[in-house]
Write a protein that binds this ligand. Structure first.
Ligand code: HEC
Ligand code: HEC
Length: 365
């Protein structure tokens, strides 16, 4: 149950999050359930000048561009990992700290964001340092890193700890072995940054990881959808290695499933991120009246790559839209496949009012 009067507060990095009253938090912790803080990834209401792409210092070719330029297998794997980390899975959105304007601090690329979530008592959940430094993942084995990403389990001196499910391991659980290998291979190449991230506050301790999303629950393309192969590829990108599903599904606080399984992709997650209006994630299902039934595949591609909706209006943060950043860097084929999958989603009626205009309009004269 979300309390109507809960506050939202920005943290130092400009990320934003829902803050529950401390007693409410304790109450849920005591019931061994999961208080869920809904995070925005970029959550910036800043000007274009402030928006900096989250890319590692040494850019590499995008994978899969088919130009056969003689990459070794390992180079191709690392490039795939980089693409997943920076674009599809948006790891860098959460794991790179931000300056006061909300722009990522590139000298600390992937070095962790302190106080990603802050409670009213100043207890924090910190996005961790993933770089090749002893304060990061340097001394972790590949298997340990994979368990943290895919299972939400962190080995600690005192035994295994469950990660708090702001880290979307319950979605990443369905990442393919090859892609998980690629992510780890890429993380091994990220320059080490000396940045000790404190352990999270005890309020975020959990008895067990959140429930992993059962892949059989992820909607299948409607049987009458013409391009089944593209939609099937898009399903993996949107709901297993990527996080469209995570943002476009209402989260239920106190539920170890985290997501409202009855409304996958039907929108309704609320983002109080300091904009003049409060964005709510939209219903992406093909319902004619309340979803994207009347959108074309190209409309959906444009939303991701250019950040504009069917009518040409800007899409509000926290969705990491293009053109220069976030989903703007999706490979054309991947963006098309995701759009086919979105267009193939079975309809769910769920009206989400269009409350957000971006960039915000000047106040009326
Ligand atoms: C929505 C924000 C978010 C996204 C997206 C995200 N993470 Fe995290 N991640 C976190 C937070 C917060 C923690 C800390 C969880 C805790 O301490 O309970 C974390 C913890 C981790 C850890 C544990 C590290 C340690 O030493 O404790 C690893 C590894 C990790 N993330 C890797 C990734 C990778 C790889 C991706 C992309 C595939 C990713 N994360 C995407 C927020 C995020
Ligand atoms: C961090 C959360 C987040 C992620 C990740 C995200 N979205 Fe969104 N998305 C939103 C929010 C919030 C809105 C509503 C913004 C507004 O009101 O302007 C939105 C709007 C949209 C719209 C416009 C719909 C309409 O009716 O105007 C489309 C299309 C869309 N998202 C598709 C996607 C796809 C496809 C993905 C994955 C590639 C994705 N989103 C990932 C949060 C997210």
């Amino acid at each position: 149950m979300l309390r109507a009067g809960s506050d939202w507060l920005p943290d130092r990095q400009g990320a934003v999050f829902r803050v529950f009253a401390a007693e409410e938090f304790t109450m849920f912790s005591a019931k061994l359930t999961f208080p869920i803080f809904l995070l925005s990834f970029c959550a910036l209401a800043c000007s274009d000048d402030d928006v900096v792409n989250v890319l590692p210092p040494d850019g590499e070719e995008m994978p899969g561009d088919g130009n056969g330029n003689g990459d070794t297998d390992n180079e191709a794997q690392v490039a795939r990992g980089k693409y997943l980390v920076d674009t599809v899975a948006a790891c860098s959105d959460c794991h790179t700290p931000r300056n006061a304007m909300g722009a990522p601090i590139m000298e600390e690329y992937l070095a962790g964001a302190e106080c990603f979530v802050r409670l009213p008592n100043d207890s924090c959940l910190n996005a961790r340092n993933l770089t090749n430094h002893e304060t990061g993942l340097l001394n972790r084995s590949d298997d340990e890193i994979k368990r943290m990403i895919r299972d939400g389990v962190r080995p600690a001196a005192t035994g295994d700890e469950a990660l708090f499910p702001v880290m979307p391991y319950y979605v990443f659980h369905n990442i393919s072995d090859a892609d998980l290998d690629a992510i780890v291979a890429y993380l091994r190449t990220v320059p080490g940054v000396d940045k000790a991230i404190p352990r999270r506050g005890v309020e975020f301790d959990l008895p067990a990881p959140a429930n992993y999303l059962d892949p059989s629950l992820i909607p299948q393309p409607m049987s009458e959808y013409p391009d089944q192969a593209a939609a099937a590829r898009g399903r993996y990108l949107a709901a297993e290695v990527g996080i469209c599903l995570e943002c476009h599904t209402k989260h239920i606080m106190g539920d170890p499933n985290v997501l409202d399984y009855a409304g996958l992709f039907a929108g309704g997650e609320v983002y109080e991120i300091g904009l003049p209006t409060v964005p709510v994630s939209k219903n992406l299902t093909s319902d004619m009246d309340t979803g994207l039934g009347s959108w074309t595949v190209d409309d959906v591609v444009k939303a991701m790559k250019e950040g504009t909706d069917k009518m040409g209006a800007g899409i509000c943060p926290p969705m990491p839209v293009g053109p220069m950043v976030g989903f703007g860097n999706l490979l054309d084929q991947d963006a098309l496949d995701i759009a086919h999958y979105i267009k193939s989603l079975p309809p769910i009626a769920n009206q989400i009012d269009d409350v957000c205009v971006f960039p915000p309009l000047p106040p009326p004269m």
